[in-house]
Design a protein around this ligand. Structure first.
Ligand code: ATP
Ligand code: HSE
Length: 297
């Protein structure tokens, strides 16, 4: 039996749509063992929102490792314990995919190396920005090259905190991608190239004064704001009380504020603004982490 612990992730970091993400200290665990049939049990959050049959994505991801390794999968016994809320923008599907792939790879004696795991989880999820930090931790910038996935990991600054306001309602990534345009203007593309580059350089140099001016986006957030009541007001007011950057976490509806200090005021303001817009939410204070999925048993 193997047990794998996988972190939550926040994707995009504002302008880095489908490209950047960061691992956070909130975890799901996957326990997995060989079995003659499929037997899935679940505990923790979202127990009633996750399938326990062959459509379960932890199982589907695990089965792909068996296929790649040329091994028959007769069944699996799995217990999933979840802390990451489902369909809220904190990488629940990425954690499920990474948990399934890493647990199965371990069970089979590690036939796939890190590069192969990174490519497999990206193919399954469709984009690398949640699955890569879930797999290897840290802040990761990633994208497909001609043949291979290219990725680079940055160490988050030690002072950086991540406050997340998690609304009670679900927003499936599929739905939040349906509102995106098929084309954008040259000016908006240029704006995001500029801002994403400045986000990376300010994270690398821990220049939070610069970071506070550049976590802006024109490729996805403007189109998604109608799906998240209060999003723009929350960004504006949370920045006024000292957050470095305030952005949509992944596809939403969770909002992410990066802070160094002023965390109490930032957390209270996020809660307050969502409440004013009639949205019940849970605010959690998290920190970026350098460790991705790890085998704990
Ligand atoms: N622990 C889990 N085990 C199995 N399947 C899960 C688990 N958590 C989430 N899922 C599946 O993933 C779906 C949610 O994925 P979705 O991409 O919409 O949201 P998300 O990954 O939480 O958000 P984001 O990608 O914006 O961070 C759920 O509907 C469920 O099918
Ligand atoms: N980059 C993705 C993250 C969510 O899976 C999006 O914003 O749609």
């Amino acid at each position: 039996m193997v047990k794998v612990k996988v972190p939550a992730t926040t994707a995009n970091l504002g302008p880095g749509f489908d490209t950047m993400g960061m691992a956070l200290n909130m975890y799901n665990t996957v326990e997995m063992d060989f079995h003659h049939s499929l037997d899935i049990t679940i505990s923790g959050v979202g127990m009633n929102d996750i399938d326990t049959d062959e459509t379960n994505i932890v199982y589907q991801a695990a089965k792909m490792v068996f296929d790649k390794a040329g091994q028959e999968c007769k069944g699996l016994r799995m217990h999933l314990h979840n802390e990451i809320p489902v369909a809220r923008g904190l990488g629940s599907s990425a954690a499920a995919v990474v948990g399934g792939v890493v647990a199965a790879n371990n069970l089979l004696g590690s036939p796939l190396n890190e590069q192969q795991l990174a490519e497999l989880v990206t193919e399954i999820e469709g984009h690398p920005d949640n699955v890569l930090p879930a797999l290897i931790g840290g802040i990761v910038i990633a994208g497909w090259g001609k043949e291979h996935l290219l990725y680079h990991k940055i160490k988050p600054g030690a002072q950086l905190q991540a406050i997340v306001a998690i609304p009670e309602f679900f927003l499936a990534t599929k739905k939040a991608r349906e509102v995106l345009p098929t084309q954008v203007s040259f000016q908006d593309a240029l704006f995001n190239v500029n801002r994403a580059s400045l986000v990376v350089s300010s994270l690398l140099t821990e220049n939070y004064e610069l970071l506070s001016e550049v976590m802006e986006d024109r490729l996805h957030q403007p189109y998604r704001s109608d799906l998240i009541p209060g999003m723009n007001a929350l960004i504006e007011r949370t920045k006024q009380v000292g957050a470095i950057g305030v952005v949509l976490s992944g596809a939403g509806p969770t909002m992410l504020a990066l802070t160094i200090d002023n965390s109490d005021a930032v957390a209270a303001t996020m809660q307050q603004v969502f409440t004013e817009y009639g949205i019940r939410c849970t605010v959690r204070r998290l920190v970026p982490i350098m460790t991705g999925a790890e085998v704990v048993l």
